[in-house]
Design a binder for this molecule. Structure first.
Ligand SMILES: CC(C)(COP(=O)(O)OP(=O)(O)OC[C@H]1O[C@@H](n2cnc3c(N)ncnc32)[C@H](O)[C@@H]1OP(=O)(O)O)[C@@H](O)C(=O)NCCC(=O)NCCS
Length: 167
């Protein structure tokens, strides 16, 4: 009789460590390809302050299989967290890891006292997790963007109004 195949353990989530930078770059290159730096989010990341303690890495043993990075910026006068990029390695997709990474990153931001998380991404993926275009409708990104992709999750009733700027 054949033995049932054991399912591999779910990847472990950890805050980003400075030593993870090289593995993260390699994962993002695999996930996004060469178009990676043309996105409006990259314009934000050029002046945003990295928040390593709010960024989350997913590890399958020694291998980095997922990441979500977070940054600090302000919208008008309001400090907020900017989320992205988010990537999961192709062979790990469809198992809930992307959603786990985003939920963990948002939880870290909220428990860290941040007011809101802002991102540019696909609403069908991010809306069920807590984000909405309505909360971000007066946010001005530093470049052309489809407004239905600018999404925010407010942890308390703050107003996100005006340009995204350096903190
Ligand atoms: C997007 C990504 C992080 C999702 O990772 P994942 O681990 O597969 O996510 P989950 O398993 O939590 O969720 C998968 C579900 O989201 C859906 N989904 C994935 N990408 C989506 C998208 N861009 N828009 C809408 N739905 C999406 C899948 O169809 C799947 O739906 P199902 O559960 O009904 O089958 C991964 O596909 C990836 O790295 N893609 C390349 C990089 C990228 O596009 N990053 C996001 C930029 S907005």
């Amino acid at each position: 009789m054949s033995q049932p195949t054991a399912r591999p353990a779910a990847p472990i989530l950890k805050p980003q460590h400075p030593h993870d930078a090289q593995a993260i770059e390699a994962l993002l290159d695999r996930a996004f390809g060469p178009g990676r730096f043309t996105k409006v989010s990259e314009r934000v990341r050029e002046f945003a302050e990295p928040a390593l303690e709010l960024s989350v890495c997913a590890w399958a043993g020694e291998r980095l299989v997922g990441v979500v990075r977070q940054w600090r910026v302000r919208v008008g006068g309001q400090p907020v967290v900017f989320l992205g990029p988010l990537a999961v390695d192709a062979d790990q997709r469809g198992e809930g890891l992307g959603a786990r990474l985003v939920s963990e990153a948002a939880r870290a931001a909220e428990t860290g006292g941040e007011a809101a998380v802002l991102l540019v991404g696909d609403a069908p993926f991010f809306s069920p997790l807590g984000f909405s275009a309505e909360a971000a409708r007066e946010v001005v990104m530093p470049g052309p963007v489809d407004p239905t992709r600018v999404l925010a999750w407010l942890f308390r009733p703050v107003e996100l109004k005006g340009p995204v700027r350096r903190l």
